[in-house]
Design a protein around this ligand. Structure first.
Ligand SMILES: Nc1ncnc2c1ncn2[C@@H]1O[C@H](COP(=O)(O)OP(=O)(O)OP(=O)(O)O)[C@@H](O)[C@H]1O
Ligand SMILES: [Mg+2]
Length: 340
């Protein structure tokens, strides 16, 4: 299998690890997806990278691939039908912003339908980073459209694989509350897999690098956090300050009631404490700001892409039902509370 090259800070790194997730792609290729698979997970955990690698795997298995990622300004319909490919190019030309391109998500369903009508028998539909731009209802409507193709195709087919990824946040609920999807979590990399990436990065680093255990404790296995640390020569403080700035954490903590601050302090120790009626509004804010992932599924392989996170690991901020996206997200919130 050809491994794709990914931009990692200022150099390229080969897609590494995620063996379990790649096996799952093989399984999808063998059996198709009965429901569209919707994948959610922490920012920067590797959803886009995995989906891009999945597209390669599926092409090798002779799938025509329709790939849509407005964030990367990519819309591909590699289905061997020239007229369709031209229509995609036309849409790309017409979209003058990420937002405008995201609005074309509905065409993905149309193109998949057309590919089937042209006699294509194996189709993979991969949609990434589109839902944050379209409303929750529209996202749900789109996913329903995918299901319609699987269940009521215009022509018979061999296999359809439909996968969409969404950043963790409230949009997940709009999509997930319907019975039209198979919702799956994807977590940061496993300790072993992340070590492989760490070693690759180390090969490209000239100066010294913090040791692996420290890096694991700071990042919790999140590859983007590792890239950010690399970029600032391993200054954890700088990465935390940037994160706090981009999420306006000072504003957030100062807007909380004294009661909510107390809850937040407890959540820093154990995120599962957020699971209480009077803490719901705080929890929703943390989810909306992409700091915490709520309603973590049971750690059964079937609910996850790749390895599930640990059942509970309070050092990393992972609770049974709630989890900080990374230890660094938690640390940024802790510091913002201290600043008050
Ligand atoms: N399997 C991997 N091997 C090597 N590097 C990886 C891998 N997964 C992710 N990365 C690195 O981490 C970065 C972030 O990953 P990616 O963009 O896939 O995350 P994401 O979950 O899609 O994030 P977002 O929630 O913001 O969409 C990538 O640009 C890449 O540098
Ligand atoms: Mg992404």
């Amino acid at each position: 299998m050809k491994r794709i090259k990914l931009d990692f800070a200022d150099f390229k790194v080969e897609f590494c690890d995620r063996e379990g997730a790649l096996k799952q792609v093989e399984e999808f290729a063998r059996r198709g997806t009965r429901f569209p698979v919707v994948v959610f997970g922490p920012e920067g955990c590797g959803k886009t990278s995995w989906l891009r690698q999945a597209a390669e795997v599926l092409k090798e298995r002779e799938f025509g691939v329709i790939y849509f990622n407005p964030m990367r300004r990519e819309f591909l319909a590699e289905v061997g039908i020239k007229s369709l490919e031209e229509r995609v190019l036309e849409l790309l030309k017409r979209a003058d912003s990420v937002h405008a391109l995201a609005g074309f998500v509905g065409y993905v369903v149309d193109f998949a339908r057309d590919a089937l009508k042209h006699g294509k028998k194996r189709i993979a539909i991969i949609v990434d980073d589109a839902f944050q731009y379209v409303g929750g209802k529209e996202a749900a409507f789109f996913v329903k459209g995918l299901l319609e193709i699987i269940e009521h195709p215009p022509e018979s087919y061999e296999r359809i694989v439909a996968i969409a990824a969404t950043s963790e946040g409230l949009s997940r609920w709009e999509i997930g509350r319907h019975l039209w999807t198979e919702l799956r979590g994807m977590w940061n990399m496993s300790k072993k897999g992340f070590e492989e990436l760490y070693e690759r990065v180390r090969e490209g680093v000239l100066g010294s690098m913090p040791d692996y255990e420290d890096t694991w404790a700071t990042t919790g296995g999140n590859p983007r956090v590792l890239a950010q640390l690399y970029q600032v020569k391993w200054s954890v403080d700088l990465v935390i300050e940037r994160l706090a700035g981009s999420k306006k954490l000072d504003l957030f903590t100062s807007s909380l009631t004294s009661e909510e601050r107390k809850y937040l302090l407890e959540a820093i120790e154990d995120p599962d404490t957020l699971l209480a009626r009077e803490r719901t509004s705080l929890l929703n804010k943390l989810v909306e700001m992409n700091l915490v992932v709520d309603a973590m599924p049971e750690r059964r392989q079937e609910h996850w892409i790749d390895e599930p996170p640990p059942q509970k690991d309070l050092k990393l901020g992972v609770g049974r039902r709630m989890a900080w996206q990374t230890p660094l997200h938690r640390e940024a919130v802790r510091r913002a509370l201290e600043h008050l």
